[in-house]
Design a protein around this ligand. Structure first.
Ligand code: SF4
Ligand code: SF4
Ligand code: FES
Length: 518
């Protein structure tokens, strides 16, 4: 528990964390101090002067809040006329050479300069001289597009590449009103986290080539999610929208601050993984060569399961805990075996010492907690002994070659529940499309043993059914989310109600990996 102190803001007493800089300390009780260059993950640089505040204790009349720690009894002034004046002056300085074309800027709606102009300035420009001309639409690499004219030289992007990725691709060159951010000649951005500079940039100077001009941000619905790109399970925001009568679409994924899991950042590959939610999806159920409704196909699956014989269910290490436990319950009822074989999801050496993990599965820890065998030998034995194999959305093509899969399934019946079109499903007798992670609510446990719950983000025009619902309809004893959590609550540390899982997740165990935090 942090030490707390009482201080005064504009004469009103508030209790804040001792020693924190005033932006964060006072911000935590809902009082905003405007700032451009400071970012909690990058520290105080003190270059923008937007955060100047008054301290009534004999200090100089104005101090930068980003570099001033909160102390007991401090009298902080935010609204005195001389502070308002300095804020207007800083805004005027920032806007001297800034293009005044917010309506066509991609950052409009989430731009600090625009917001601060409305809150602290609102004056006509006094400038009569032409604005300095700088670089536009500069491809900096890794899908980052830079506009030098919009840049306020806060240095966040430069510090990110120096302090966080330690790759140092960006610098500020020249002086005075000719100063600008640039890459070094022939050395574009080249790191796996580069697109974070787009989020860090407080204005429209760093944009993503993928997202820019695709959608006005005020039309986007923002849903909390968990990235399924690797075992880190970064907290994200899923920005999506349905335009008029068209299909709902994800436009971008952004990091959602989570001090336990990913801090303020995500990797570029996870950020771009939304495309896989949109592309290559399986849309139609099939029985044999004939297209069927989901109901017809499910009836055929139920008949196949009722025939008896040896059945093996294959689970995906990307599935939610709710899906896993529902399938496990059905398998137990039918006397079937279970396998979570997914060796190919692990890419040795691909992870790094920051966020990215070798294991590209979001919930392998869930499989382990539920005691589901993931070994290759267990998988081979279970499949070879089975008359019927039910693959529950495990992309087996990651772990086995087409030839190996062909041999395994040539003489036994295969049923596939799949969110995406995959080669293996050509061999399946029955194929049924299922929802992918952005289309259902669920829970996953990451590589640090942190349990996170996420709501359903996207509702398609014709939403694919959720795996839990299909398995419940096939007779799983677990028929609802409440049933799932009653079962999951038997496991050590798991709650009985996912609504009680904190936003940043619940630490389930205190092993070494648990301390592996960004
Ligand atoms: S590009 Fe953005 S983040 Fe970088 S210095 Fe300019 S305003 Fe700051
Ligand atoms: S580190 Fe892993 S979980 Fe995080 S954004 Fe990247 S792929 Fe997704
Ligand atoms: S935020 Fe304090 S000087 Fe920029």
């Amino acid at each position: 528990m942090a030490d707390m102190v009482k201080l005064f803001v504009n004469g009103v007493e508030v209790e804040v964390e001792a020693g924190k800089n005033l932006i964060d300390a006072i911000g935590a009780v809902g009082i905003e101090i405007p700032h451009l260059c400071y970012h909690p993950a990058l520290g105080a640089d003190g270059n923008c002067r937007m955060c100047l505040v008054g301290i009534e204790d004999g200090r100089p009349p104005l101090v930068p809040a980003c570099k001033t720690p909160a102390m007991a009894g401090m009298k902080v002034l935010l609204d005195a006329e001389h502070i308002r004046k300095i804020q207007r002056d800083v805004m005027e300085l920032e806007l001297i050479n800034h293009p005044t074309d917010c309506p066509v800027c991609d950052q409009a709606g989430e731009c600090r300069l625009q917001d601060y102009y409305m809150s602290y300035d609102r004056r006509q420009s006094r400038m009569t001289v032409p604005q300095v001309v700088k670089g536009k639409k500069m491809a900096f690499g890794c899908g980052v597009v830079h506009d030098q004219e919009r840049c306020v030289l806060c240095g966040r992007c430069v510090r990110f590449c120096r302090q966080i990725t330690k790759t140092g691709e960006l610098g500020i060159i020249n002086r005075s009103d000719d100063a600008r951010v640039n890459i070094f000649p022939g050395r574009p951005l080249h790191n796996r986290y580069a697109l974070n500079v787009v989020d860090l940039c407080p204005v429209g100077a760093m944009t993503s080539a993928d997202f820019r001009f695709q959608q006005r941000v005020w039309f986007l619905k923002k849903s909390p999610g968990v990235c399924h790109g690797c075992a880190r399970g970064c907290s994200i925001t899923v920005d999506h929208n349905r335009e008029k009568e068209q299909e709902a679409r994800i436009y971008r994924l952004r990091p959602r601050h989570n001090p336990l899991v990913n801090g303020y950042f995500i990797c570029d590959s996870g950020r771009m993984s939304y495309k896989a939610e949109e592309e290559g999806r399986l849309n139609e159920a099939r029985h044999g060569r004939l297209a069927r409704s989901v109901d017809q196909a499910l009836l055929a699956v139920a008949e196949d399961l009722a025939q008896g014989g040896k059945i093996t269910f294959i689970l995906s290490p990307d599935s939610s805990l709710e899906q896993m436990v529902t399938i496990r319950a059905l398998a137990e009822k039918l006397g079937a075996t279970l396998s979570g074989f997914s060796d190919g999801w692990i890419i040795p050496g691909d992870g790094d010492d920051f966020l990215i993990r070798d294991d590209k599965a979001a919930n392998r820890a869930g499989l382990e907690l539920l005691g589901i065998d993931c070994s290759r030998t267990g998988f081979t034995a279970a499949v070879e002994a089975a008359d019927l194999v039910v693959n529950c959305n495990n992309d087996l093509g990651r772990s086995l070659s087409a030839e190996e899969l062909g041999q395994l399934f040539q003489s036994r019946r295969l049923i596939s529940f799949a969110s995406h079109r995959r080669e293996i499903d050509n061999q399946a007798e029955i194929v049924i499309p299922v929802a992918s992670w952005s289309e259902y609510a669920g829970s996953v446990i990451n590589c640090q043993g942190i349990l996170q719950h996420f709501p359903r983000a996207v509702v398609r025009n014709q939403p694919p059914m959720e795996l839990v619902e299909l398995i419940a309809r096939l007779g799983s004893p677990l028929q609802s989310e409440a049933d799932c959590w009653q079962e999951l609550a038997r496991l050590p540390g798991l709650p009985a109600d996912p609504a009680t899982i904190p936003t940043e997740g619940l630490q389930l165990n205190d092993n070494e990996a648990a301390h592996d935090q960004p």
